[in-house]
Design a protein around this ligand. Sequence first.
Ligand SMILES: [Zn+2]
Length: 380
Amino acid sequence: MTDSIYDTRQLRQQNLSRVLKAIWTSEGTSRADLSRHFGLSRSSISSLTEQLTTLGVIEETHLAASSGGRPPRVLQLDPDCCRVIGVDMGASHIAVLSMNLRGEIEQVLESDLACGEQPEEALSTIQTMVETLRTSKPLLGVGVAVPSPVVDGELSARILPAWKGIHLQAELESRLSLRVFVGNDANLGALAEQWWGTCKGVQDFVFIKMATGVGAGLVQHGKVLLGDAGYAGELGHVPISNEGLCRCGMYGCLEAHIGLNALQQYLPPQISTSDWLNNDPQSTKVVTGSIADALSVALSILVNLLNPHKIVLWGPIPQRAPQFVDALRQAMSTKNLWSPMRIDALQVSSLGEQGVAKGAATLLLEEAFSNPLLFAEMEG
Ligand SMILES: [Zn+2]
């Protein structure tokens, strides 16, 4: 391919993407509006919208009110033209959901499984759950969130040694015959906040995942920071003391203080973490005391390093223990923060329990909205 043909194709793909995003964010728009907005000719816009219509991702709906002359046709996204599937592969559970192009969740399936230690069982369970959610609607693909850095579709053998040598992305693609993307769970939580949560339009923020593992999705200038080898945001392994053996083998990691396993010592027998957080006064004492204190140490470092506009907290503790955020704000107020930070900049995620799975599904949308030709490669 010559450079000029390549450039022309790339330019058309970029224009397709821009027009699709404009239609997606509008309630409905016309070719004339798009032409004015992008400074492209009516015939160029007509050609682009015709291609998006052929791809099935937009449709002509009603006639708009006329301002004189022939009333224009309104173009809208067809949010139900296909589905995306998101998988949250946690340390002790798997959640799988299907949703449409507006992020409206259709179905959720959940299963308890120690995924970190049982890769074969995790792969076959994910396969079964995804197959269960398949309907007659075309599928754009599957996004998978994992509690590990992801480098070229593989997980970190240091964090998940049982997964050494297993290429999660390739394995699932071959089992499902679907496009599969894999990403770190905290980074995908951050992506979900950007698309569907309280961080729409926010350029600099941090998403904190507080589960068995603890991680941070760091967003700077609107992009998730990956670092040199994809390991950025491993907040759970930042040392905050000399005590507490972490599963990584080191002492004093944040995760050893606030990860859900650290709560086991307080849990009465036969009580789940969620029930304990909901009902036991002892849980309030723990999460507003030692948990809030430990997290405030790590967050104060993070705030001084990154100066985020907002910090969003996700996981059972912030979502089930309402007093936790106030205690954390209080603990943060005693720290030496050089970056200005409003007290309400520390928030609980509005995305609910499926926030990370939703982020995993959004990975597919992000790719397809950048390259709408992927809509032509959907599986029925
Ligand atoms: Zn550690």
